[in-house]
Design a protein around this ligand. Structure first.
Ligand code: HEC
Length: 355
């Protein structure tokens, strides 16, 4: 009975797993596909190294320029990524462990390109191979972590776990996993390759003890982490920012009432294999459509045993009203950015959003 129950739970959970995690294994390797991925790697790593070269680990200007470059909808990264990307470290630190077993966090391309990817500097070196056991192509590129940014420049305090922080500091390589089905990036993994030198020149940074707050107010009274409030990502001339802020605040309280934040936070209390984060405006914006859909169909929230635990009618209605107001503001703000951003010059200048 217990077995049947866990089978049913598993079956119920399956529709949530991104297609990336399954269905890719029937592919048969072709040499011309490898050539295609090599051409893609040249573009991708070429742009990464040009826009985000190796600099001092506290160079905030370089970081901001890198972030603006990745965040452009037409950036090499965004042109080559699936609608969701999985991110994290290899299982047990072993890059050759089965990639489908890696514990990851899922991100929309805007969250990943606007906050996570810019933390990395690229030396321009890379290899490309096909990993037969996983059924994916892989670009393995030299990358180093900026460990001396302001606290609020990181997307969340991932020093909440000491080992996580030092793994970031020690990493010198990024594996970029590419599906042979659509030649899109589905996963990125950072790790330390023993046979390669360090990419970032850094000293260990002693981080403060995590106080349990994923968002906070700094000593100058500014809310942090700033990029997760769209600061520096969206133009401050964007007329929808205020509405975005207002609707998010209302929605955040509703999400709290609906207890979404008991599971969807970085310390991953529910031990999701593919963690979905909702704890900041930027994270929530990337997941808002799916959140509305799931609550509408009573797929979320879950209870402690992973069973669906629908909200009561009143709470559900409130969630959908507040969620849709936020979704509308997100859409309007995004569309304004697309319509009003200064185009990047052919010379590949880092774009400055219409400020
Ligand atoms: C008890 C823990 C728990 C609670 C509470 C919870 N979730 Fe989830 N949520 C999960 C798990 C587990 C998954 C599946 C992730 C996976 O595929 O590995 C998930 C997945 C999701 C996804 C991605 C699903 C998809 O469509 O691919 C969204 C969006 C989501 N939850 C939103 C919410 C919202 C909104 C709330 C609050 C109303 C909520 N969750 C409450 C555990 C929880």
């Amino acid at each position: 009975m217990k077995k049947l129950l866990s089978f049913l739970l598993l079956a119920a959970a399956l529709p949530f797993a991104p297609a990336w995690a399954q269905k890719e294994s029937t592919y048969e390797f072709k040499k011309e596909d490898l050539e295609r991925v090599k051409a893609m790697a040249a573009v991708l790593i070429g742009e990464f190294a040009a826009q985000c070269p190796v600099k001092a680990v506290d160079d905030k200007k370089a970081f901001e320029a890198c972030r603006a470059a990745h965040f452009r909808p037409e950036s090499a990264f965004r042109a080559h990524v699936k609608p969701f990307v999985l991110w994290g470290r290899p299982l047990g630190g072993d890059i050759n462990a089965p990639v489908k077993e890696f514990r990851t966090t899922q991100f929309g391309p805007d969250v990943y390109s606007g906050t996570y990817l810019p933390m990395w500097m690229w030396d321009g070196t890379y290899d490309v191979d096909f990993v037969a056991k996983d059924g994916f192509f892989r670009i393995t590129a030299g990358a180093g972590f900026r460990n001396e940014l302001d606290f609020g420049q990181y997307p969340y305090p991932f020093w909440h776990e000491a080992k996580k922080w030092t793994d970031y500091e020690d990493a010198n390589t990024m594996a970029i996993w590419i599906s042979p089905k659509d030649f899109k990036i589905g996963q990125l993994t950072f790790y330390k390759r023993a046979d390669k030198p360090a990419v970032a020149q850094l000293k260990r940074r002693h981080m403060p003890t995590f106080d349990g707050k994923w968002m906070w107010v700094d000593k100058d009274g500014r809310e942090q982490p700033a990029p997760t409030l769209f600061l520096g990502l969206y133009s401050d001339k964007n007329p929808h920012l205020q509405e975005l802020d207002k609707t998010y605040r209302t929605f955040a309280l509703t999400m709290r009432e609906a207890q979404c934040d008991t599971c969807h936070v970085p310390n991953n209390p529910d031990k999701m294999k593919r963690l979905v984060l909702l704890q900041t405006p930027l994270h929530a914006a990337a997941e808002i459509e799916r959140s509305i859909k799931d609550v509408k169909r009573d797929r979320m929230p879950l209870d402690d045993s992973g069973n669906e635990k629908p909200l009561d009618e009143k709470m559900k209605a409130k969630f959908l009203t507040d969620g849709e107001a936020f979704a509308k503001a997100v859409k309007a703000a995004r569309e304004w950015e697309l319509a009003n951003r200064t185009k990047v010059s052919a010379a590949g200048h880092v774009p400055v959003a219409a400020r």
